[in-house]
Design a binder for this molecule. Structure first.
Ligand SMILES: [Zn+2]
Length: 353
C-alpha cells in the first residue's frame, strides 16, 4: 500500500483511534507514539514550580480567548511571523519531526519538562530569523550550517540534562543533514543524504509563487504555515498548538545562557542581542502555538489575517494563498506527510555527532 494511502486512511480515526497496526515507517503509524509525547509534554503544565513568566502570560492570554480583544491581539501578534528569507519547515513541522525521530532512534529525554526543552530546541534555530540584517544572515548561517549548528551540542554541560535535551532537539533542525536540509536543499523523496534538490518546501513554494503571483520568499512562509495547519487539523490528538505554546512557556532559563555561549561571538551579535532575539522568538512561538490551537477554520483565518498584514496582501488574497498552499501540500506524489516521513527516516539516520 502506498504510504500516503495508509496515512490518509488513518486520518479519520486520528482523534480517537490512534495506535492500531499500520506501516511501521508511516507518520500515521507513529501517531500513538507522538501522542504519548504530546500528553507527556502537556503534563508539564501541572508542574507549578516551573511556571515562569511565559506560562503566566499564556494563562492571561487564554482567559481572553473568544473575546474580540483576543482576536485582534492574535491577528496583530501573528504579524510577528517573520518576513523575508524563510525558515523552512514551520515550528509545528520541526516539533513533529523531532518527536518522530526520537521514537525512531529510541532517544529518551527522561521527563516531561526535558521533553519540552527538546521540542523547544527543535524549533529554536529559527531564532536567527528574528534578528535584523546583517546579523540575521550571519546568525542564520551560524545556527543552521556547518560548523556552527553543532555549537549548543558541543557546549552543553554534560551535567545539565536540560542543556543536553535542548541541544538534542536543536540537532534535528540543522541544514547540513537535519530537517531543514530536506526542506531547502535536498529532495527527501530521493531517500538519500546528500540528495539532489530542491528541498520539499522550496519546491512547493516555487509552484505556489507562480500560481498565485507572489514572491517565492512569501510563498515559502505560506507553505510552512499551511503544513503546520494541516498537521494540527489532521492529527488533533497531538494538540500541536498547545505543545508549541508549552514548549515556549516552559523553556528553561539555562537555554538562553547556552545560546549566548554558543553564538555571542557571531559578528554583530553579543550576549544581550542573543538574549533579546531569543526572547522575541519565544514569545512569537507561544503566540503561533495559540493560533494553531484555535478551532479549525478560525486558525486558518487568524493566520491568513496576520500574514496579510505582514506581506501587504489583502485578506482575501492571503486566505487564497494559504488555501492553495494547503492544497499543494496534499497533492498526490508530493504529499506533505510523505515528505515529513521521509525526512524523519533520513534525519534519524544522521550523521549524528
Ligand atoms: Zn530553520
Amino acid at each position: 500500500m502506498v504510504l500516503r494511502d495508509a496515512v490518509d486512511a488513518r486520518l479519520g480515526r486520528s482523534a480517537g483511534g490512534a495506535g492500531e497496526s499500520g506501516p511501521h515507517s508511516s507518520l500515521g503509524a507513529k501517531e500513538a507514539a507522538l501522542k504519548r509525547w504530546s500528553v507527556v509534554c502537556e503534563g508539564a503544565a501541572g508542574c507549578g514550580r516551573n511556571l515562569r513568566w511565559g506560562g503566566k502570560l499564556m494563562w492571561r492570554w487564554s482567559t481572553m480567548r473568544g473575546r474580540t480583544v483576543g482576536w485582534l491581539m492574535m491577528t496583530m501578534m501573528l504579524v510577528l511571523v517573520p518576513a523575508g528569507p524563510a525558515p523552512a519547515w514551520g515550528p509545528g513541522g520541526h516539533v513533529v519531526v523531532a518527536m518522530a525521530v526520537a521514537e525512531e532512534t529510541g532517544a529518551s529525554v527522561g521527563s516531561d519538562y526535558l521533553a519540552l526543552q527538546a521540542l523547544y530546541g527543535a524549533a529554536a534555530p529559527d531564532i536567527a530569523w528574528r534578528a535584523e540584517e546583517p546579523l540575521r544572515s550571519a546568525l542564520g548561517a551560524a545556527m543552521h550550517d556547518e560548523p556552527g549548528y553543532r555549537a549548543p551540542w558541543d557546549l552543553a554541560s554534560p551535567w545539565s540534562s536540560v542543556q543536553r535535551a535542548f541541544a538534542w532537539g536543536w540537532l534535528t533542525h540543522n541544514q547540513v543533514w537535519g530537517a531543514d536540509y530536506y526542506a531547502h536543499i535536498g529532495d527527501p523523496f530521493e531517500g538519500t543524504w546528500p540528495a539532489a534538490g530542491p528541498g520539499y518546501v522550496v519546491e512547493r513554494a516555487a509552484l505556489l509563487a507562480s500560481s498565485q503571483g507572489i514572491p517565492e520568499e512569501v510563498a515559502h512562509n505560506y507553505v510552512e504555515v499551511g503544513i503546520d495547519l494541516l498537521l494540527d487539523q489532521q492529527f488533533p490528538g497531538l494538540a500541536l498548538g498547545r505543545l508549541l505554546r508549552n514548549a515556549a512557556s516552559y523553556r528553561d532559563g539555562q537555554v538562553p545562557l547556552l545560546l549566548v555561549r554558543s553564538y555571542a561571538d557571531v559578528p554583530g551579535a553579543g550576549r544581550w542581542t542573543i538574549r533579546a532575539t531569543e526572547l522575541e522568538f519565544r514569545l512569537g512561538l507561544a503566540v503561533y502555538g495559540e493560533g494553531l490551537s484555535w478551532p479549525t477554520g478560525q486558525d486558518d483565518a487568524a493566520f491568513a489575517a496576520g500574514m496579510a498584514l505582514s506581506y501587504g496582501l489583502t485578506g482575501e488574497k492571503s486566505a487564497a494563498c494559504l488555501g492553495a498552499a494547503k492544497a499543494l501540500c496534499r497533492e498526490p506524489g508530493a504529499h506533505y506527510l510523505e515528505a515529513l516521513e521521509a525526512t524523519v527516516e533520513l534525519v534519524a539516520g544522521g550523521p549524528w555527532p
